[in-house]
Design a protein. Sequence first.
Lengths: 182, 182
Amino acid sequence: MNKRADIVAGAAGAFEIDGFRGVGVDKVLAPSGASTRTLYKHFGSKDALVLAVLEERHRRFRERLEVATGSADAVAALFDTLRHWLEEHGARGCMLLRARAEYSEANEEIVALVRRQKDEFRRMIAARVEATLGRSDHRLATQIWILFEGATAAASVSDLSVVDEAKAAAASLLHAAQGSAS
Amino acid sequence: MNKRADIVAGAAGAFEIDGFRGVGVDKVLAPSGASTRTLYKHFGSKDALVLAVLEERHRRFRERLEVATGSADAVAALFDTLRHWLEEHGARGCMLLRARAEYSEANEEIVALVRRQKDEFRRMIAARVEATLGRSDHRLATQIWILFEGATAAASVSDLSVVDEAKAAAASLLHAAQGSAS
DNA sequence: GGCATTGTAAAGTGATCGTTTTACATATCA
DNA sequence: TGATATGTAAAACGATCACTTTACAATGCC
């Protein structure tokens, strides 16, 4: 089960840099040193490997977010985690949305997976908003989600300070919501 | 000069749906009915066609934005224009950023073009913020830009109401900035 | 009427694609 | 010892890729 994880980890780096459709399996396998034989024994197809990479990517990011949940401001921690993530992985846009776009007509399974992942992410944000605000605010949660996705996208053509600006905007919206009702 | 425009318009639709690296030139030329010979006479390479499509796409979107500039709230008009655009073209994420991601290591010319386009877009937003606020506010302009990119990205895995939420968030941030100083 | 220009049709270029196959090495364990 | 599992190396599969070439039709301009 170790080689399988090596392949997924190595493939994630290749897909991150070259995209999905634009890179061949040989290049995807180069980081892990696995043979094409091993790839197809484990996954059956390149598309199935893409699915495994997306699941692993989402799982790791969710893990990171959960570690930072203990902090005082759960919403601000969201953006701090994003910034650290982008510093480590590079800012090339959300890998999940990039996969969705490249496979939007070619593989509906990938489209469905990303949709589920983003739905789950939105619920996590809504929970943090509710914990901070003392009440649920679906619209505010959506706005903070938009800021998060926007910062991720914008960072690919800007510097990482956009993440801090998104964080400040989220704080401002949260403050306005706290003032309006309790 | 007419066939060239036909090719660009048809190719834009194909790239929108299938991505850039994942679609062959035959499929890209199908909507315009042009032959590969004509493609290479006009553009010289597939990558050059991609550049032409991105330039045309940016030009058209900028045109749309300028038409709606006369309205009372120039910032809100930004998001109304985005919503109409997405209703017409479908919500699959910003084509410019998608191209940037797919070609981030393969074609630096495309990366540079998209960077310039987004810089120009940010300046346009900053000008609208200044016109609305009566003073320049660079940070607020960045936050509204993030909301715009976020709404574009989020709409690909949600419904178009996220654009309205982004618009409301922008209005809230603008209102807070108007209150703090004049 | 001659002559670029601009286009299509269609075959062919070598390279690369995702995937399969054959052959063989190593390790575990009954 | 011998079977099973798990891996690499490397060649080969047909399909498709971006791109080129040859051949020919229609257009408009001098």
